[in-house]
Design a protein around this ligand. Structure first.
Ligand SMILES: [Zn+2]
Length: 483
């Protein structure tokens, strides 16, 4: 990016709420039903059908407001956002406009250099989703209205974000929070979390904002970073060439790695917002807010700090564990099953997760909550090598069998005779043999080529089929050579 310029970015994040029923009717929000089966007169907008607000939606948004340091408005209202689209049979979306329920919040993000930055949150409001148009299954466009009326919250940030990377971090924080709160799956690829970015650039030091473009269709975390990066550079290029950035809505094309113009940007007044006459005001009492704050779980940042202090693992490890709530749960569950609960073993558990477990998950492209690992067996395995009963190499070798057959690592090790030999006299016999078999190597060592020791240790390990305790082997070989 050209250093003469500075980017100004605000994000609008839509999160689909995990309520059982829709925002204003009793239709199920279940995903994957046959098209147009989860519908009723209310969510289809039939004449005379009246919406009733789902209380769980208010519970969830209050929790999100509390988690992002927002003020909660005692009285808020709904409005109609009017526009025509084939998948919006009502001709309007019920949303909150003038007085969103949550406002004036903030979120602290931690950047890669460990510095912290606060991003303001302008507002969080409730709204309903529209249906889905399907263009690629038939020569005609098909419409599935199951999603009509599914509850969303929209989290609007202040234009405090200055780079694609900060946007990524902010979005990651939002994702973690909604997952920890249990109000949204946080899955961007499935559309449960959606993000639009308002991007403009200005000369560094300038006060006035440049003209912004809104970029839509950022359907993965990687795309958010790429699309913002692309858009910043596109706008800088226009300014450098003496042109003017147009206020417009642009779509990210993930295949071509570029944003392209979709339509000129609409303004709020284009939607003819007006108060929704079919819904009463939302009254949130202090006691309602109190009862929600009592239900608040430990949030990612607090959990990270606790993992560091409770298990003495490095901040780096803790950050990886808390990134996914289920991974942090898994870490703590394995730790709870250790016989010897000490710092050394806690660190072994996080190492094992960061290497072996995450590799399996990435190979299978699944989340930790989708795999049924036996946490007791994993704790056993970790203690076997932590106590030098098996080498870490053997631990890695038997891990696949442990998972596929559900056998305990102790049984596998016993069956295959893999217990590491730590009995010095047994090892010593082999060391003596290897030394006797390699007089040339011993000469080289005595002549100053001390690196041949690795070869001798390797020979002993080979003779003992990898089962000798490598530290004891090294000590014995060294003792003889230096005698
Ligand atoms: Zn319905």
């Amino acid at each position: 990016m050209n250093q003469k310029y500075e980017a100004v970015i605000g994000l609008e994040v839509h999160a689909q709420m995990l309520t059982k029923t829709k925002a204003f009717c009793t239709c199920t929000t279940e995903y994957g039903s046959l098209p147009n089966t989860n519908t009723c007169p209310t969510c289809l907008g039939h004449p005379g059908a009246l919406p009733v607000l789902n209380k769980s939606l208010v519970d969830y948004i209050i929790k999100m407001g509390l988690a992002t340091n927002c003020k909660i408005r005692p009285i808020s209202t709904f409005s109609r956002k009017n526009y025509f689209y084939p998948d919006l049979t009502k001709g309007y979306q019920i949303s909150q406009f003038e007085d969103p329920i949550c406002y004036d919040g903030k979120l602290e993000i931690e950047l890669d250099d460990n510095s912290k930055k606060t991003i303001g949150i302008t507002r969080i409001h409730m709204e309903e989703d529209a249906g889905k148009s399907i263009h690629d299954l038939d020569i005609d466009t098909l419409v599935d209205l199951n999603r009509c009326g599914v509850p969303l919250i929209e989290i609007v940030s202040e234009p405090d974000i200055r780079s694609a990377h900060e946007a990524y971090k902010y979005l990651m924080n939002i994702k973690q929070i909604v997952m920890y709160l249990g109000i949204c799956t946080g899955n961007m690829e499935e559309g449960a979390l959606r993000c639009d970015a308002n991007i403009s650039v200005r000369l560094r030091g300038a006060e006035k904002f440049g003209t912004k473009a809104e970029v839509k269709n950022l359907n993965s975390f990687r795309n958010v970073e790429k699309a913002i990066e692309f858009e910043i550079n596109r706008q800088i290029q226009i300014l450098e060439d003496g042109g003017r950035v147009a206020q417009e809505t642009r779509l990210w094309d993930g295949a071509k790695h570029e944003t392209r113009s979709m339509r000129s940007k609409e303004f709020a007044h284009d939607y003819r917002y007006f108060p929704e006459p079919d819904l009463v005001k939302v009254n949130v009492s202090d006691s309602w807010i109190d009862s929600m704050s009592k239900e608040m779980p430990e949030l990612p940042y607090a959990r990270k700090q606790r993992l560091i202090s409770q298990y003495s693992i490095p901040a780096y490890d803790a950050a990886i564990m808390v990134e996914d709530k289920y991974l942090a749960d898994f870490y703590e569950e394995v730790c709870s099953k250790l016989v010897n609960k000490n710092e050394r073993n806690y660190k072994h558990v996080s190492n094992w997760i960061m290497t072996e477990i995450l590799r399996i998950l990435s190979d299978k492209n699944v989340g930790i909550n989708e795999v049924n690992f036996n946490t007791l067996h994993i704790a056993e395995l970790i203690e076997l090598f932590s106590e030098d009963l098996i080498s870490s190499r053997i631990a890695k070798d038997i891990f696949p069998e442990m998972i596929s057959d559900g056998k305990s690592p102790k049984d596998i090790v016993k069956e295959k005779g893999l217990i590491q030999v730590s009995d010095s006299s047994a090892i010593d016999a082999i060391v003596q043999k290897v030394i006797a078999d390699n007089p040339d190597t011993i000469e080289k060592y005595k002549a100053g080529k001390t690196n041949v020791m690795g070869f001798l240790v390797g020979q002993v390990m080979k003779e003992m089929q990898g089962k000798a305790n490598p530290k004891i082997v090294t000590d014995l070989v060294k003792a003889i050579l230096e005698a």
